[in-house]
Design a protein around this ligand. Structure first.
Ligand code: C2E
Ligand code: CA
Ligand code: CA
Length: 859
């Protein structure tokens, strides 16, 4: 049927259709074309809308009012109306209604048609080649009319032309729609999209591309892409361009050249070939701006490189409950000796060991819990078990919301530094000769222990050890041997120490020990005794056989000590007392006796100077009684200090001090003179011949002027020399024994008597005693205290008395407090008794001259 339409008179209609003339014009032309060929035909084209399922008058408007069109518009096609039936496009038949007024199918349109006085209607479906129904093509007539064959042919041709026009129009619209879609996609794509021609010149660019370049489209178009690319990436771009032109899609990254604002970009490019008619005509590119990502990536890479190249160990853990390791750098592996596989996923605690400072661990835990940064130095362990000092900086890693997601730790192996520090600290706190702790270290440790035992009630014992006459030894044997000796002594003493004891070298030949291993005083005494006996064994140094002894002062913290330094002072005093008592012995500090706590040693020195000037010293006298007759034979001069603020002070509180400062010389001189004067005066007044015993300190004794002092005191007082007796302690004679003996002999030659005081506490060498030019020994009161009940002491006392008598020495017992003691001593032949049993030391005017004789007790 279509083939027949190629008539000359339809050519202009084909031209209209081919030239994409507006549809309305084409339809109008077809309408006119048909009206010209069928007499009295009223032509209308009614299009069918499939979506709305209704009819739509497109043409024939001249015959239909707007009102009519509305009616027809609402002329719904529905099964009951069954117009659809009529458009049986498969059959492609026309429906000829010569008089449709009686046709039930047209009921709804009847009024309208009646109104228009239309009688006949020929309609032909408009169906395209694919069988799509576009609508109907209608001709109406006022008269009842039957079509001729020619009319039918014309109708069909017109309908075919309409279908063709509609087909082409639809196709065009479809193409336009696709184009629009593609255009929008291109234009509004957030990435830069552009088209290059075969040569690589810009054909079109989208909005994002304009933004990236900073130029207008006019400026860009026609420019070669290479203008926009960084020199370093020209070859990459070129090969990608070439490959794309060969039909291979390319995907790559490059850096641009500076854009209009001087900015360069990093782009992620996708290049696709443009295929037209199976020919590649150019390429499409999509350029994604990855500048920010690139910068971050670069940053990250740099960071990563920095972290992995760092000489410090780095470690990252999750902030989860068990904080597994998620990253370690090579330095960490180097320092610890582990492999990555061995540590990832583990908690860091495998680095710790039994030795790791718990306080450091506590610090770390706190920081982790509270999520703050810290720095600690702690001992860590390598895989091979060796330790290293780790200076660890730990910091939380927070996300944008401030939540802690990770922890990062930087570890620095500070072992070398630490060893050096420890070495320096050691030098500061230790003595180089013996490698023992020094005074400074001891004092800090003492302070610590002192505080500690305050809470635990555990006793603390301090031993102050001073080698006897070390200075003399040093002078005679030389410093080298002296040093070796000190070293050897320190080694011997160290052998006695237990884990928690502390032995320090204070200075020269002074050592100090802090003992915490004992609970009982008795055990401490035993320890001290064994120390003394160990030290008294000969040392062999540089082929010399050297004997040495020590004096040890002991104190415990049970006395009401306020400050640990008092312990040191008091132990030193006790050591001095031990020296005074004969050396090679120990003395336990007696707090109640000395009330040293109240003494300020700094002011004591000044006070002593004032005391002499202002005559604050007094002499008390204690009688020595012949127990058989009850007669007072002698008195011992005992110094007292009437301190203006502190009241009456006993000699133990200031004599040892005065010995140290040398003030004892002046004090001793005064007492010697005063005692001689007092007793000479007393003797004259009472017409008696009392002896007076004066205690002489070692310093006084050794002074070259001492003999002269004695003579002066005698001549000044007119006291007969044989009534003066000096009391010296055994130990002070032992050093330079020969010289001591010489001095004593000279003293004896003056007629002055000599008593060995505190006998039994010191050296007690009998052969030595024999050589001493003494008249008398005074049994120390420590022997007297427990007699007669203590049979051992009683036996010693008996033996000493017997021996002394055999050597022609008189025996005085001091510290006699009870009648039992007096009886025992009298029975055993003791020549004289001194003690509270008879009298306390008193001012001379209170002195009694006789007591009941001991025989009365015996009877
Ligand atoms: P010492 O020479 O052994 O003197 C005897 C001490 O025993 C005196 O203590 C005396 O009061 C005390 N005493 C006497 N009878 C008894 C007794 O029955 N029981 C007890 N428990 N004690 C008794 P004092 O006077 O406190 O003197 C202490 C020490 O001070 C003296 O010990 C002596 O070493 C020293 N000293 C005293 N006066 C002088 C002095 O003028 N020159 C020097 N260099 N030292 C002195
Ligand atoms: Ca005495
Ligand atoms: Ca004594």
């Amino acid at each position: 049927m279509i083939s027949k339409i190629n008539d000359h008179d339809t050519q202009y209609l084909f031209d209209l259709i081919g030239l994409h003339t507006e549809l309305k014009t084409i339809l109008h032309a077809i309408t006119k074309w048909l009206e010209n060929r069928i007499t009295n035909a009223i032509v209308s084209i009614i299009l069918f809308s499939e979506t709305e399922q209704n009819l739509h008058i497109i043409n024939g408007g001249a015959y239909f009012t707007t009102q009519d069109k509305k009616i027809l518009d609402h002329f719904k096609i529905s099964p009951d109306v069954s117009i659809y039936e009529k458009f049986n496009f498969n059959r492609l038949t026309s429906i000829i209604n010569e008089n449709f007024k009686s046709d039930p199918n047209w009921v709804s349109a009847q009024n309208l048609l009646k109104e228009k006085n239309m009688t006949a209607c020929w309609s032909t479906p408009v169906i395209n080649a694919q069988g799509v129904l576009y609508g109907t093509f209608e001709t109406y007539y006022y008269q009842s009319k039957k079509p001729t064959d020619e009319s039918i042919r014309l109708l069909h041709r017109a309908a075919a032309l309409i279908a063709l026009a509609l087909d082409l129009q639809n196709e065009r619209q479809r193409r336009l729609a696709i184009n629009d879609k593609h255009d929008s996609f291109f234009k509004h794509h957030p990435d830069g999209c552009f088209e290059l021609d075969f040569e690589g010149k810009f054909v079109s660019v989208n909005l994002a591309s304009l933004q990236l370049s900073g130029f207008t489209e006019e400026k860009i178009r026609g420019i070669h892409y290479s203008h926009w690319i960084h020199p370093e990436y020209q070859s990459t771009a070129k090969s990608a361009f070439d490959q794309t032109l060969k039909g291979k899609t390319q995907h790559f990254e490059l850096q641009t050249y500076q854009n209009a604002y001087g900015k360069t970009y990093w782009l992620n490019l996708t290049c696709l070939p443009i295929m037209q008619d199976k020919q590649i005509t150019g390429i499409f590119c999509i350029a994604q701006d990855i500048t920010t990502r690139h910068i971050t990536e670069n940053h990250l890479r740099l960071l990563k490189r920095g972290v992995s190249a760092s000489p410090n160990g780095m470690i990252m853990t999750d902030a989860d409950a068990d904080m597994p390791i998620v990253y370690v750098n090579p330095a960490f592996l180097n320092i610890t000796g582990y492999t990555e596989a061995e540590v990832l996923g583990k908690n860091c605690r495998f680095l710790q060991g039994a030795d790791t400072d718990p306080s450091a661990i506590r610090k770390i835990r706190n920081a982790l819990r509270e999520k703050h940064e810290i720095e600690v130095t702690l001992k860590n362990y390598r895989k091979d078990g060796s330790s290293f000092w780790n200076k660890l900086t730990l910091a939380p890693v927070l996300d944008e919301l401030g939540n802690c997601t990770h922890f990062v730790g930087i570890q620095q192996d500070v072992t070398k530094q630490r060893i050096q520090e420890e070495h320096i600290a050691h030098l500061h706190t230790h003595d180089t000769l013996t490698n023992l702790p020094n005074r400074q270290y001891f004092e800090t440790q003492l302070q610590r222990s002192f505080e500690h035992v305050k809470n635990t009630q555990h006793p603390l014992f301090i031993l102050y050890i001073d080698l006897d006459d070390f200075r003399l030894l040093n002078d005679s044997l030389g410093y080298f041997i002296g040093d070796q000796l000190i070293k050897a002594v320190s080694i011997r003493m160290q052998s006695l120490m237990q884990a928690n004891d502390l032995l320090a070298r204070f200075a020269g030949d002074e050592f100090i020990v802090m003992l915490t291993q004992f609970n009982e005083k008795q055990d401490v005494i035993q320890f001290v005794e064994s120390t003394l006996s160990l030290l008294s064994k000969p040392f062999y140094i540089a082929k010399e056989k050297i004997y040495i002894t020590a004096s040890i002062g002991i104190i415990d913290n049970t006395a009401n000590t306020q400050h640990p330094n008092d312990l040191l002072h008091h132990s030193e005093l006790a050591m001095n007392e031990a020296k005074r008592r004969g050396r090679n012995t120990w003395h336990w500090y007696e707090a109640d006796k000395k009330n040293l706590d109240q003494i300020n040693y700094l002011s004591l020195r000044n006070d002593l100077i004032d005391a002499l000037k202002e005559k604050q010293f007094k002499i008390y006298y204690q009688p020595l009684v012949d127990p058989l007759t009850g007669q007072v034979k002698a008195v011992e001069a005992l110094i007292r200090w009437e301190h203006p603020q502190k009241g009456l002070m006993s000699p133990d509180t200031f004599i040892p001090f005065a010995e140290r400062t040398g003030q004892i010389v002046a004090i001793g001189q005064w007492i010697l003179q005063q005692a001689c004067l007092d007793v000479a005066d007393w003797n004259i007044k009472n017409n008696v011949a009392l002896h007076v015993a004066v205690n002489i300190s070692p310093l006084q004794f050794r002074r070259s002027g001492f003999l002269h002092e004695l003579q002066q005191a005698l001549s000044a007082s007119n006291l007969p020399a044989n009534l003066l007796k000096i009391e010296v302690i055994e130990s002070m004679l032992i050093a330079e024994a020969d010289r001591s003996i010489e001095i004593l002999q000279t003293i004896r030659s003056l007629g002055i008597q000599v008593a060995i005081d505190d006998f039994g506490t010191g050296y007690s060498s009998l052969s030595y005693l024999r050589r001493l030019p003494a008249n008398q020994i005074k049994l120390d009161r420590s022997f007297i205290r427990h007699i007669p009940h203590n049979s051992q002491d009683a036996a010693i006392v008996q033996a000493i008395i017997t021996l002394a008598h055999q050597l022609g020495l008189e025996v005085v017992a001091e510290g006699v407090e009870t009648s039992d003691q007096a009886v025992f001593l009298t029975q055993n032949g003791c020549n004289m008794l001194q003690g509270y049993y008879y009298a306390h030391p008193t001012p001379l005017e209170n002195l009694k001259t006789s007591y009941s004789p001991c025989v009365m007790l015996l009877s």
